[in-house]
Design a protein around this ligand. Structure first.
Ligand code: HEM
Length: 210
């Protein structure tokens, strides 16, 4: 921690690189996936050149995203388990959204909402990965019955839509809470931000430094 600038380190460099790699691949996956799935959105595939190119690149970006997500997972999972105060945070969600979260519970590295979103993203990605491999033409799909491939296509599209909604919410929160985004960009957050949103995390961090 630098006392001069009053900032604390929140996200390491490898985690930040992995996060923005995941964001980039997610955007390319969402654009190509929506373009390939909905005939009316077919024009979106031109972002990647052509529908044929989009079909080829979509699973490749999927693999890149999963690799980035593995780093993000191991960089954050230790802080994603339920802790004391999470139930209280959930029950007072309205107060939290009104900006009184510091009065509700002493939040650690992540609040209960972030933890739930984290596991939702991981769960959806796991289903997307398995179903994505099964429907991957021409490499893996021929090994499976047509009915299985169809079911997986349905599950893959459903989970993709749910993931887009979850990420929309996650990104909105990142912008909504002023000072949060800089943690994922520069790696540091202000001490006052940490004290307001994650006081227990700050206390533990400063306790370790002493
Ligand atoms: C434009 C899109 C996105 C923005 C603006 C954004 C922003 C952020 C910010 C600011 C944090 C730090 C939160 C904190 O320090 O408390 C964060 C963490 C995180 N982000 Fe994103 N993110 C975006 C997309 C994604 C995507 C696509 C994924 C994965 C599919 C993702 C997964 C994560 C994970 C796992 C964390 C760790 C902490 C947590 O779960 O909240 N993000 N993101």
């Amino acid at each position: 921690m630098s006392t001069k600038e009053q900032v604390v380190t929140r996200h390491s460099f490898p985690v930040r690189v992995a996060h923005w790699l995941v964001v980039l691949s997610f955007l390319l996956l969402a654009i190509s996936g929506l373009g390939l799935f909905f005939p009316s959105l077919n024009w979106m595939t031109s972002v990647l050149g052509s529908p044929q190119l989009a079909q080829f690149l979509h699973p490749v970006f999927g693999v890149v995203m999963v690799l980035g997500m593995v780093i993000l997972f191991f960089g954050n999972v230790a802080h994603a388990f339920p802790e004391k105060g999470d139930g209280q945070w959930m029950m007072h969600m309205v107060d939290v959204l009104k900006g009184h979260e510091h009065e509700v519970a002493e939040v650690g590295q992540y609040n209960a909402g972030q933890k739930m979103l984290f596991w939702t993203i991981i769960g959806l990605l796991a289903i997307l990965l398995v179903t994505g491999i099964i429907v991957w033409q021409p490499y893996f799909a021929p090994f499976f019955a047509v009915s299985i491939v169809r079911l997986c296509l349905f599950l893959h599209s459903l989970c993709a839509v749910l993931l887009i909604m979850a990420i929309f919410m996650h990104a909105y929160m990142g912008f909504w809470y002023k000072g949060t985004l800089r943690g994922m960009v520069y790696g540091t957050v202000t001490r006052s931000w940490a004290k307001l949103h994650h006081p227990r995390w700050l206390r533990q961090l400063e306790g370790k430094k002493k």
